[in-house]
Design a protein around this ligand. Structure first.
Ligand SMILES: [Zn+2]
Length: 415
């Protein structure tokens, strides 16, 4: 007799084993993974995952940007599939879990349904999206972005790596240009499990983050213009020191984030001082500003705040300050039904959980434009990712996958 669906649990050892197996492809000496999008190792990783999918009897389809879909039929196969997925490309000094966990957790959900003879009403699909990391080719989240029509296939195809190789050429070379038109693929709902990539869950000692949305992002270039002059002969009162004025504004970037809690973020990550000489008063300083918050209205408020502060600092100092918006990504709230499905599953399974927001982009952001979507976070050690030391515990890996299983079953329906 089949196990009642409410009692289903995934096989944590099998999931862990698959993660470690995939992590061998591109393994680095420090315990991480380097599997850049569309390289030979990416092809090997893709082949391995698709081989596992075929062993599980899944139907595999590939689209023209190399996104791969692995499908388990539903009782009513005409229903749009309940999909999960993520990516298997990594950063140059990436870890074993970022992205890979989301894909293999999906495969483990299907293996578990097979073990217990569970049939779902809607089909279940696992996807992996091409070039999520954006490390070798820009833009990031390329496969899911083309799928969601955020930009065109032609734009993605033309992207070049540092050696001048194109996405189209590399996809062709590794044999991953499929026949399906990107986006020509209905989705009933989309879930993605991912390591948190931040320290909040660990700090709160919670196992599951019920992700309510992804932060909106604005990037700016800021320039403070002063006057370079000799550090000795120029008295303090008669200087136009661009760096001292820039330093005040940089502190305000952080202060603005503190003024818009709990999700406000303000970062200055890049600074160019001109002429960058120890005995010259800096004549100009260019620096980046990265502002984030949970809604576009809050990011708007932070934008207005930093511009007002910059205007006041400019007035007081007499130095011109320009702030130019260079790119922006809107905040993406997840669908309340999917958020609830994740929270319900975590509660029913008895895992400690809390609402969470994602400060980083994920393929789920683009899927949320097409279908109800949600995400599940699990803690990663010290909140570290995009690093070879990225780590997560087998217990948390198992917990996140169990939540994924039950959230997907809630949406797919059990026959
Ligand atoms: Zn990722």
């Amino acid at each position: 007799m089949a196990t009642p669906a409410t009692d289903l649990r995934i096989n944590g050892d099998r999931l862990w084993g698959s993660l470690m197996e995939l992590a061998k492809i591109g393994a680095t000496p420090k315990g991480g993974v380097c599997r850049l999008a569309l390289g030979d190792l990416d092809k090997q990783g893709r082949d391995l995952v698709i081989g596992w999918a075929r062993q599980a009897g899944l139907r595999v389809t590939i689209d023209r940007i190399g996104n791969c879909f692995m499908r388990r039929a539903g009782r009513n196969d005409a229903l749009p599939p309940i999909m999960t997925g993520s990516h298997i490309d990594t950063q140059p000094t990436g870890g074993k879990f970022d992205g890979n966990y989301g894909v293999l957790a999906g495969l483990e959900v299907i293996r578990t349904l097979d073990d217990h003879g569970i049939q779902t009403k809607a089909p279940i699909e696992v996807a992996f999206w091409t070039n999520e990391e954006g490390s070798r080719f820009v833009p990031v989240m390329m496969g899911s972005g083309v799928f969601a029509k955020a930009f065109t296939l032609e734009h993605a195809y033309a992207a070049k790596d540092v050696d001048g190789k194109t996405v189209e050429g590399e996809l062709e070379r590794i044999g991953y240009i499929g026949p399906e038109e990107p986006g020509d693929h209905p989705i009933g709902a989309y879930f993605e499990t991912h390591i948190e990539q931040g320290p909040v869950l660990e700090d709160h000692r919670k196992t599951i983050g019920v992700v309510t949305g992804v932060l909106g992002i604005r990037w700016y270039d800021c320039v403070v213009t002063g006057m370079e002059a000799h550090a000795g002969p120029t008295p303090m009162a008669l200087r136009k020191d661009a760096l001292q004025v820039a330093a005040k504004l940089m502190q305000e970037v952080v202060a603005v984030a503190h003024r818009h809690p709990p999700h406000g973020r303000g970062t200055v990550g890049m600074v160019h001082v001109h002429p960058n000489s120890r005995n010259v008063i800096p004549g100009s300083v260019k620096f980046s500003i990265d502002l984030r918050n949970a809604s576009d209205a809050l990011v708007d408020a932070m934008d207005a705040d930093i511009r007002a502060v910059a205007a006041a600092i400019s007035r007081d100092s007499g130095l011109p300050i320009s702030i130019e918006l260079v790119s922006q990504y809107p905040a993406q709230p997840f669908h309340e039904d999917c958020v609830r499905a994740v929270a319900n599953a975590a509660e029913r399974l008895g895992y400690t959980n809390m609402p969470a927001v994602s400060g980083a982009g994920h393929d789920a952001v683009y899927m949320a434009r097409l279908a109800p979507a949600g995400m599940i976070f699990i803690p990663c050690k010290d909140g570290i990712s995009h690093n070879e030391i990225e780590d997560a515990t087998p217990a948390d890996i198992t917990a996140g996958c169990n939540v994924l299983l039950h959230a997907m079953l809630e949406r797919a329906g059990v026959v």
